[in-house]
Design a protein around this ligand. Structure first.
Ligand code: AMP
Length: 606
């Protein structure tokens, strides 16, 4: 290996606000954002490297020619910000804590330097990576294998639960340099003595917060306690809960710290929208969204296994090719599913959060949150399945009217507004269908001709002559044949689409005027400045509805309906916000006013 030594750098805590991948070209890079970080490698590049090496953004970190070649072949032009910050530290063997999500290039950030520091051969594993899920373990192992292409003697092995123990033992016996595994299975091998960690030089904890969330933290600590004193520990986590900070303090020694705040720019690459709808309309709405919002590669997130199946069945019935990823799907099938999605042989995946953790498929163009995620972290993770590897993505969130109040939390977590959208109408779907057909026709017409093309042309000419038809008539007939029996345009009933609007309007009653006329809303917000809250002695037991109160009060007081504010109905009474300064005579009239056959007995609410 020819290696240029990286310059020694001072321990640093780097806090970056940077974009996620796509990795910016040097022209696009907002230099101010990370000059502090890349300075060391830039210096070393100008000091130690040739002009030719400088043409690669990866030169100057001390990487071997073989690795530079591999990166070049993979089309990596520039290191991502987290890579720029991490490479110099890890090449020096320092411990490192990195706060970064998937999609930032964090795998290469640790894999490249750790591989490069593996000199000579050894019979014992020298790098161990712990990952929360089998999928992530496999992905990380695959990345290591790809990056080690220039060093064919290096062996990488993924070990995880659910796959054959004995074949893992055989592979470990044959000699492995890098082991990537889930904590439970790694611990099992260590306990059995089949994974010898005495020669270990580096340990990586990938997605440490996920390992914590999934209850692996004790296993992780047990593993850390068994490792040699002299070792490098690298910890990556999307969030930094206290427990992870504690772990890092206990097991890492003077680590470099890198925080990648992907929030703003990452989110901006993903267009986020929400549809408010009734639960009962979700399946139909989903079908409509899939028709109107054309996305290459779609992941639909559902809350439970049962819902994934219902959704998949409905989509299959509508003619879609769908795969399901949930906890019941056996491991080997999961791998096949992800592979099919990656290759595009299946375009839609319906998944639960756990099953889709860490899923890294570049071609996902659309994420649909069929059910609201459990928390904002899950939302960030879900939408992060799209907009990967430099692409833009779309995320659409289904929310029932009652869930609307949680949207603010999600918006805060991503630092971006989630725009409301409507369920696509017949007209939008039809437009989208025609556009797709036009594109397919254009592509088919401009595809290279072959023997069959000549035959088809002959056939068309013959049918045209026999039936005296124009080319347009023939082409339209051929297209109809291609479209098949399904009607080209949807014309079904779309009156139900109005329901979500009603839901919206109802919710809007919480708006600036602060009205809310829904049952049981016991919000204790005080009335607006210009309003006073009154109590009336009529409630649910009288079957009163907000409309009854508004109508009666407006008629009696001469107030316009819109001047009547928030109404809260309880079992035996209701609260009504009315403009301050009500004249005495109106007040007295309202006291005796009967609504649902009961006197309001209006009084100022305490
Ligand atoms: P990760 O954050 O590790 O999940 O990586 C996200 C994706 O970016 C993966 O598909 C990587 O192959 C790709 N990637 C990582 N580093 C680079 C780079 N410097 N240039 C281009 N693509 C990269």
């Amino acid at each position: 290996m020819t290696q240029t030594q990286p310059q020694a750098v001072e321990p640093c805590a780097v806090d970056l606000t940077v974009s996620d991948l796509p990795l910016p070209t040097s022209a696009e890079v907002d230099q101010d954002l990370f000059t502090t970080v890349i300075e060391p490698s830039e210096d070393s590049a100008s000091d130690n490297t040739t002009a030719e090496e400088n043409s690669s953004g990866f030169a100057g970190f001390g990487f071997s020619d073989a690795l530079l070649k591999t990166l070049d072949e993979k089309g990596y032009k520039e290191p991502s910000p987290i890579q720029k910050a991490a490479f110099p530290e890890l090449m020096l063997g320092r411990d490192l804590v990195g706060q970064a999500q998937t999609g930032t290039g964090k795998t290469a950030a640790f894999a490249l330097p750790l591989l490069e520091r593996l000199e000579g051969r050894s019979t014992q594993p020298r790098v161990l990576v712990l990952a929360p899920t089998r999928e992530l373990a496999m992905q990380v192992a695959d990345s290591f294998k790809a990056y080690a292409a220039g060093h064919p003697h290096l062996n990488v092995l993924a070990i995880y639960g659910g796959s054959d123990f004995r074949s893992q033992i055989h592979a470990l016996k044959r000699g492995v340099d890098v082991v990537v595994g889930t904590p439970g299975r790694v611990m099992d091998h260590m306990r059995q003595g089949t994974l010898n960690t005495s020669g270990l030089r580096s340990l990586v904890l990938d997605e440490a917060d996920e390992m914590l969330r999934m209850g692996f933290i004790d296993d992780v600590e047990w593993i850390l306690d068994q490792l040699p004193e002299e070792r490098q520990v690298v910890l990556f986590s999307a969030t930094m809960p206290n427990e992870i900070r504690r772990l890092s303090k206990r097991y890492l020694s003077e680590p470099a710290e890198i925080t990648i705040k992907t929030k703003d720019r990452e989110a901006r690459r993903i267009r986020q929208r929400s549809i408010t709808l009734q639960n009962a309309h979700k399946l139909e709405a989903l079908n409509r969204v899939l028709e109107a919002v054309t996305g290459e590669g779609v992941i639909i997130f559902a809350r439970t296994k049962a819902i994934t199946l219902t959704v998949a069945e409905s989509l299959e019935a509508a003619g879609h090719d769908v795969a399901v990823l949930n906890g019941d799907v056996p491991q080997n099938q999961r791998e096949r599913t992800v592979d099919r999605l990656r290759k595009g042989t299946v375009n839609i995946l319906v998944a639960t959060d756990v099953a889709a953790r860490g899923l890294d498929v570049d071609r996902i163009g659309l994420v649909i949150n069929y059910d609201m995620p459990f928390d904002s972290e899950a939302y960030v993770h879900r939408i992060g399945r799209t907009g990967r590897a430099g692409r833009t993505g779309e995320a659409i969130l289904f929310i029932t009217p009652r869930e609307r109040r949680f949207v603010g939390n999600l918006e805060r977590a991503v630092g971006q507004a989630i725009e409301p959208m409507e369920i696509p109408s017949n007209a939008e779907i039809n437009e989208s269908r025609l556009t797709r057909l036009r594109i397919r026709l254009g592509e088919a017409a401009s595809a290279e001709s072959n023997d069959e093309t000549a035959l088809l042309q002959e056939l068309i000419q013959r049918v045209g002559q026999e039936n005296e038809l124009s080319m347009e008539q023939l082409a339209a007939a051929a297209l109809k044949l291609a479209v098949g029996d399904q009607p080209l345009l949807v014309q079904g009933d779309e009156s139900w689409l109005k329901t979500p609007h009603r839901a919206d309007r109802r919710d809007d009653r919480r708006d600036p005027r602060g009205r809310d006329r829904r049952r049981g809303d016991r919000d204790s917000r005080p009335p607006e400045d210009n309003m006073m809250r009154y109590r009336v002695e009529v409630g649910y037991r009288d079957r009163v509805k907000p409309g009854n109160l508004v109508g009666a009060i407006a008629n009696e007081s001469g107030l316009q309906g819109r001047m009547i504010g928030r109404i809260q109905i309880f079992d035996n009474h209701s609260l009504v916000d009315l403009p301050k300064g009500m004249p005495d005579d109106v007040y007295n009239a309202l006291r005796r006013l009967k609504v649902m056959n009961r006197e309001l007995q209006i009084s100022q609410a305490s």
